[in-house]
Design a binder for this molecule. Structure first.
Ligand code: NDP
Length: 459
C-alpha cells in the first residue's frame, strides 16, 4: 500500500519534533507533523522555558538583600516592569518557536499548522478536512492542566495563563503543592505579588525525599509565601474585584487571581481515538510498551500523553528512540529507571535523582549520609538559608541509590551527580573523588559517616 507519509506526528512539542526531525533528517523518512498551537509545545511556550526566565526575574529582591549583606548598602530592587518583561519574554518565545519550526523544516518535515485527529490506524484528518495516510503515526500531544472539580473552578487560572497576564495580580492564590504550585509561588512572591499557597497535604512536593520536602516547605514560608497546609478550596465565586474562595475549614477569602496547579491530564480527548483500537490507561493516558508502541502496531505515542515520566528530556529521548527504532534500523529503548529532576525554587532549588530515603527503606537496608548546613554565600550576607546534601547508600553493595540536593543551583549539581549514579557508582567512588573547595557540592565527596542507618529497611 502507498502512503502519503512514512510517519505522521501529531503534536509539535519536544517529543514530537525530536521524533520527526530524526526520522526525516537522519533516516530519510517522509514525515508530516500537525500542531494546532505553537511549535515547541508546553515546555518551550508555556512551561519550562518561560517559567525559568520568570524564576530569574523573581530573584531581584533576594539578590539585593544578599548584596546589602556584602556591603552594597544601596542595593535595592524597587519596581518590576511586567510589561517590559512580557515583551522580552514574548520575543524570546517567538525566537524559539521559529527555531523549532525551521529546524524541523530543514530536516524535511512538512508542518501542518492545524489540529489533527486519527481517522483510522493509518489515517489522520486535519481540522480543514484534509486527510493524510501514513505508514506510522506518532501521538505526541502532551498533557493539559487539570482542575479539581469544584463549583466555580472556571473562574480560576492555570499555569498556561501566567505567561499571558496583562498585569500581575496584587494578591494571588495558588492551589496545590507540586512542581508547578511551588515554582509559581516562588515566582509570584519574588515579583512582589502577595502570594497565598493552599496545599491539602502537610509538606509540599509529595513523592520527593521527605527531608528535602520539609526544607522546601519551610523555605516557601521563609521567603514570604503565605503557605497554608492542610487546606483545600471548596468553591469559587466571582466578586466585583476578583474571586472569592471558600475553603474546607469554613473560611472565605478574596483574591485578584486564583491559579490551579493541581496536576496535568493526558490530552487524549477529541483525538479520534474512538476510530482506532488504541488502548488507554484508567486516567486517559495512552498505553504503550517499552518501544512506545500502542496496542495498534502502526501507532506509537511518546511524552506526557503516555504518563510515564512526565518531563521534557524524557519525551525527547522517547521520540528519538522511536525514530531510531522504526526508521533507523537501530532498536533502542528508553530506561525510565533513573531520571534526575529539579524544582526551581528560590533561594534553594531541589535536585533529585534515584530513590528517596523512604523508597530506599522500603527496598531494604540503607545508610543515609545527610549534611544540612548554611551555604557560605548567604551565611556571610546574614541570611538563614539552609542547604542539604544527601546520599543514600546500599550497605551491602555500597552502591549509591539516590542523591538529593537542596540549595542554590541544585539543578545544575544534580545533573552532574546523575552521571555517576546512572553508571552505578559506589560510595567509595564518591569518596575517592577529590573535593573542589570551597563549594557546596564538595559535601557529596566528604561525608564520611552515615547520619543514620536503617539496617532492616522498613521490613
Ligand atoms: P503535580 O502532580 O506535581 O502536583 C499536583 C498537586 O496538586 C499536588 O500537590 C496534589 O496534591 C494537588 N492536587 C491534586 N488534586 C487535588 C485536589 N483534588 N485537591 C487539592 N489538591 C490537589 O502536578 P503539577 O501541576 O505541579 O505539575 C504537572 C507536571 O508537570 C509534573 O508532574 C511534572 O512532571 C511537570 N513539571 C515539571 C517541572 C520541573 O521539572 N521543574 C516544573 C513544572 C511541572 P497531593 O500531593 O496531595 O496529591
Amino acid at each position: 500500500m502507498n502512503f502519503d507519509y512514512d510517519l505522521f506526528v501529531i503534536g509539535g512539542g519536544s517529543g514530537g519534533v525530536r521524533a520527526a526531525r530524526i526520522a526525516a533528517g537522519e533516516h530519510g523518512a517522509k514525515v508530516g507533523l500537525a500542531e494546532e498551537s505553537r511549535m515547541g509545545g508546553t515546555c518551550v511556550i508555556r512551561g519550562c522555558v518561560p517559567k525559568k526566565l520568570m524564576i530569574f526575574a523573581s530573584t531581584a529582591t533576594m539578590m539585593a538583600d544578599e548584596m546589602r549583606g556584602y556591603g552594597w548598602c544601596d542595593a535595592d530592587a524597587h519596581h518590576f516592569d511586567w510589561t517590559m518583561f512580557r515583551a522580552k519574554l514574548d520575543s524570546e518565545l517567538k525566537r524559539l518557536e521559529m527555531a523549532y519550526t525551521t529546524n524541523a523544516e530543514r530536516a524535511g518535515v512538512e508542518i501542518h499548522h492545524q489540529r489533527a485527529k486519527l481517522a483510522d490506524h493509518h489515517t489522520v484528518e486535519l481540522a480543514d478536512g484534509t486527510r493524510f495516510t501514513a505508514k506510522h503515526i506518532l501521538i505526541a500531544v502532551g498533557g493539559r492542566p487539570a482542575r479539581i472539580g469544584i463549583p466555580g473552578e472556571e473562574l480560576g487560572l492555570v499555569s498556561d495563563d501566567l505567561f499571558l497576564l496583562d498585569k500581575l495580580p496584587h494578591r494571588a492564590l495558588l492551589i496545590g503543592g507540586g512542581f508547578i504550585a511551588c515554582e509559581f509561588a516562588t515566582i509570584l512572591n519574588g515579583l512582589g505579588v502577595q502570594t497565598v499557597q493552599a496545599y491539602r497535604g502537610d509538606a509540599v512536593l509529595r513523592g520527593f525525599d521527605l527531608e528535602a520536602r520539609e526544607m522546601a516547605t519551610q523555605q516557601l514560608s521563609d521567603i514570604g509565601v503565605d503557605l497554608r497546609l492542610g487546606l483545600s478550596p471548596t468553591r469559587l465565586d466571582k466578586t466585583d474585584g476578583g474571586v472569592a474562595v471558600s475553603f474546607d475549614d469554613g473560611s472565605n477569602e478574596e483574591f485578584d487571581a486564583v491559579f490551579f496547579a493541581t496536576g496535568r491530564d493526558p490530552y487524549t480527548g477529541d483525538l479520534g481515538l474512538e476510530n482506532t483500537e488504541v488502548r488507554l490507561k484508567k486516567n486517559g493516558a495512552i498505553e504503550v510498551d517499552e518501544w512506545s508502541q500502542t496496542s495498534v502496531p502502526s501507532i506509537f505515542a511518546v511524552g506526557d500523553v503516555t504518563d510515564r515520566v512526565n518531563l521534557t528530556p524524557v519525551a525527547i529521548r522517547e521520540g528519538h528512540a522511536f525514530a531510531d527504532t522504526v526508521f533507523g534500523n537501530n532498536a533502542r529503548k528508553v530506561s525510565h529507571d533513573i531520571v534526575a529532576s529539579a524544582v526551581y525554587l528560590r533561594p534553594a532549588e531541589l535536585g533529585t535523582v534515584g530513590l528517596t530515603e523512604e523508597q530506599a527503606r522500603e527496598r531494604g537496608p540503607v545508610d543515609v549520609y545527610s549534611a544540612v548546613f548554611r551555604p557560605m554565600r548567604s551565611m556571610f550576607a546574614g541570611a538563614n538559608t539552609r542547604s542539604l546534601m544527601k546520599l543514600l547508600v546500599d550497605p551491602e553493595t555500597d552502591k549509591v541509590l539516590g542523591c538529593h540536593i537542596f540549595g542554590p543551583e541544585a539543578g545544575e549539581m544534580i545533573q552532574l551527580a546523575a552521571i555517576p549514579i546512572t553508571m552505578g557508582a559506589t560510595k567509595a567512588d564518591f569518596d575517592a573523588t577529590m573535593a573542589v573547595h570551597p563549594t557546596a557540592a564538595e559535601e557529596l565527596v566528604t561525608m564520611r559517616h552515615p547520619s543514620r542507618r536503617h539496617p532492616q529497611g522498613d521490613e
